[in-house]
Design a protein around this ligand. Structure first.
Ligand code: AVJ
Length: 312
């Protein structure tokens, strides 16, 4: 982490956006959950409405009997897919199986125990791991059934384009014939709607953004003052992405054995990118990683999409 933050703070402009994982300590995860409840933040509700209305169709089409979920968290959005997988399961063939991967063992245990109680016929095999490091091993497991690999929540949008290609390429490499990928993508829309979603009136996103400074302080002893940073999120229509920034209102220095940096008064650091897609850019993104875009499912307001892909 000292190396990541050190390199992120030594460029012009400062850029911590390649490491979105540093947002998500316990407080950051809690703040993100709080963001999803803000009226301006449409993504979670839109994705859930697609899952509720289209899961049956997705499972009927893919005929998968194993659902692999990357970054499953509390698995709160997954039930629609699990329900549809069970319903699409005829009497013949293997029973349905759910394979969640998450960095949090406690989240896996809790959601696993709840799902075991809720779905008697469902096999569940959870894995603790980072979707970066563990993807190859997870998908390399032998399996006697077609798999649907879901990566929900729009997290691929937070990856740099290079990282996105790498991640989707590794996902593609892990797919076998008959396997499918289902990826959540936020869609391009007017700048006002997008910027409102990342500048909510209650200030929750601002607190989420400043929490990255707290994480850096807690883990690296950086001694920055989180309250000196002001939050701003802007939509770049050319790059089709939201950028979140923190601007230091005053000069600040970081000096630890592992890390040295300074902020000038008014200097900013980019903390997150969140790419927005069109059906065309989604197809191109998939193609660059050897995936074929088979279908794209959207909500009735075209806010969010689930992109279904298979090996090209
Ligand atoms: C949904 C996790 C991808 O980019 O919208 C929310 C996180 N950042 N508000 C997104 C986030 C600021 C996020 N993900």
């Amino acid at each position: 982490m000292a190396r990541d933050v050190g390199s992120g703070l030594s460029t012009t402009p400062k850029d911590l956006s390649p490491w979105p994982k540093y947002f998500y300590d316990a407080e950051g995860s809690r703040l993100f959950e709080e963001i999803t409840a803000q009226p301006e933040y449409y993504q979670t509700g839109a994705e859930l409405s697609i899952l509720k209305s289209r899961s049956e169709e997705i499972l009927a089409r893919t005929r998968c009997r194993e659902l692999v979920e990357l970054g499953s968290g509390s698995a709160s959005k997954t039930r629609a897919l699990i329900d549809a997988m069970i319903d699409a399961n005829g009497a013949d063939g293997p029973p349905p199986r759910y394979v969640p991967l998450d960095v949090s063992e406690s989240a896996l245990r809790e959601s696993g125990e709840r799902l075991v109680a809720e779905y008697p016929g469902l096999e569940i095999q959870g894995f603790v791991g980072d979707f970066d490091l563990s993807l190859g091993r997870l998908l390399g497991r032998p399996s006697d059934r077609n798999r649907l690999v879901a990566f929900l929540g729009g997290t691929v949008g937070n990856f740099t384009p290079q990282k996105r290609r790498k991640f989707l390429g590794a996902l593609r490499a892990g797919l076998r014939e008959g396997d499918r990928a289902l990826i959540g993508l936020d869609l391009v829309k007017d700048a006002r709607t997008l910027e409102a979603a990342y500048n909510d009136a209650a200030g929750v996103t601002a607190r989420f953004n400043r929490n990255m400074i707290r994480v850096i302080n807690n883990r690296l002893g950086a001694g920055l003052d989180p309250d000196l940073f002001s939050h701003r999120a802007v939509y770049d229509a050319d790059l089709e992405r939201i950028e979140m920034w923190l601007y230091s209102e005053a000069e600040q220095k970081v000096q630890t054995p592992d890390l040295e940096a300074r902020f000038e008064g008014g200097e900013g650091v980019r903390t997150e990118i969140s790419a927005k897609f069109t059906p065309e850019s989604a197809a191109r993104t998939f193609e660059q990683s050897g995936l074929e875009l088979l279908d794209i499912y959207t909500d009735d307001r075209d806010l969010f999409a689930l992109a279904l892909g298979g090996p090209a």
